[in-house]
Write a protein that binds this ligand. Structure first.
Ligand code: OSB
Ligand code: MG
Length: 368
């Protein structure tokens, strides 16, 4: 394949409700979409970088910059491009995994569409639908939280994840358990808001039978997580710390986690995400598919990944309506707690031109 150009399209999508985490509150999602045009087909990728570098060091303006100045020019000069050639070609540039992931995904989508192959089958999917959980932000009050959790359970979500931070942890978990019972699959996500000195406080979550606690400590504090794992009975799951298959192997080897959240954007793309799946499977470590408030474009690809055999826990692959009143693709709608894995070529969905135009804030066409 030859890359003939890449369109960078910025869109702004208002969220149906503000989403509050330990690192900030989002009221809308500023998304960078990539359309890779090749001599064979076109493909789409969604960059998961957020407006500010609070979840990770990446942010959307930086992603657009590194794509424009470094990543796209190198791929555009590649004589025989395919998705597996992308990461080696871009390895000369350090970091910027979210930007690299978006570009690799757009190339992969184009390649798969050109030969009529669905992404799910390409990755090794074994399911046609996947069970879905939902990530519930920090609320203004326990009452508001219970209303929100109750609404999601009524919609059919099979697992609830509560965002936590110091001052919003044991009480919300207790309240959800008291109201909805011990059978609800429940987990928490701290987004690195604690330190090892909080170990005894976090152990107060142990009696609530949580599936896991996600990323309690700093992204770089792998040893701290290993020490914490010795104190908690709640299993530790890592998100921010897992930037590659090597990082996953190290974290597992050090005893820092017993479950892994796989986000393709955070690790440089779907090919590396599959390697993480394989490393974890080899160690008997369950994985689940995380989310970054994706539009239908990123969501479609995440659903393909979530259909792999090692994804034995429900992911944050919620329906379009949990995030957006109108999506840029046909909406993903929950059916009995599940979403369908797209079966068409590539990522299996196409943006709706009118919806896309309505939310576009800028476009930029990059040619060799
Ligand atoms: O830590 O998993 C996270 C959203 C944005 C950034 C980081 C995270 C999240 C979520 C929501 O928890 C996941 C989703 O529903 O897409
Ligand atoms: Mg997380």
């Amino acid at each position: 394949m030859k890359l003939t150009g890449v369109e960078l399209r910025r869109i702004r999508m208002p969220l149906v409700a503000p989403f509050r985490t330990s690192f900030g509150t989002e009221t809308s999602r500023d998304v960078l979409l990539l359309r890779a045009v090749t001599d064979e087909a076109e493909g789409w990728g969604e960059c998961v970088a957020m407006s500010d570098p609070r979840y990770s060091s990446e942010y959307v303006d930086a992603a657009a910059d590194v794509l424009t100045r470094f990543l796209v020019p190198v791929l555009a000069a590649h004589p025989r491009l395919d998705a597996h050639a992308v990461a080696p070609a871009l390895a000369q540039f350090r970091g910027h995994r979210m930007a690299k992931a978006a570009l690799e995904t757009a190339v992969l989508d184009a390649e798969l569409r050109a030969s009529g192959r669905p992404l799910a089958r390409e990755l090794g999917a074994v399911r046609e639908r996947v069970p879905c959980g939902v990530s519930v932000g920090i609320a203004n009050s326990i009452g508001e939280l219970l209303d929100s959790v109750g609404g999601h359970l009524d919609e059919g979500y099979v697992r609830i994840k509560l965002k936590i931070e110091p001052g919003w942890d044991v009480e919300p978990v207790r309240a959800v358990r008291e109201r909805f019972g011990d059978d609800v699959l429940l987990q928490v996500d701290a987004n690195a808001a604690y330190s090892l000195a909080d170990a005894r406080h976090l152990a107060r979550l142990d009696p609530f039978g949580l599936l896991l606690i996600e990323q309690p400590l700093d992204e770089e504090d792998v040893r701290g997580h290993a020490a914490l794992a010795k104190v908690l009975s709640t299993p530790i799951c890592l998100d921010e710390s897992i930037t590659s298959a090597r990082a996953a192997a190290d974290a597992i080897g050090l005893g820092a986690c017993s479950i892994v959240n796989v986000k393709p954007g955070r690790v440089g793309g779907y090919l590396e995400a599959r390697r993480i799946h394989d490393v974890c499977a080899a160690h008997g470590v369950p994985v689940w598919c995380g989310g970054m408030l994706e539009t239908g474009i990123g969501r479609a690809a995440n659903l393909a990944l979530a259909a792999l055999p090692g994804f034995t826990l429900p992911g944050d692959t919620s329906a379009s309506g949990r995030y957006y009143r109108t999506d840029v693709t046909a909406p993903f709608v929950l059916d009995d707690g599940h979403l369908p894995v797209p079966a068409g070529p590539g990522i299996g969905v196409d943006p709706l031109p009118d919806e896309l135009e309505a939310v576009t804030t800028s476009t930029r066409w990059l040619t060799p």
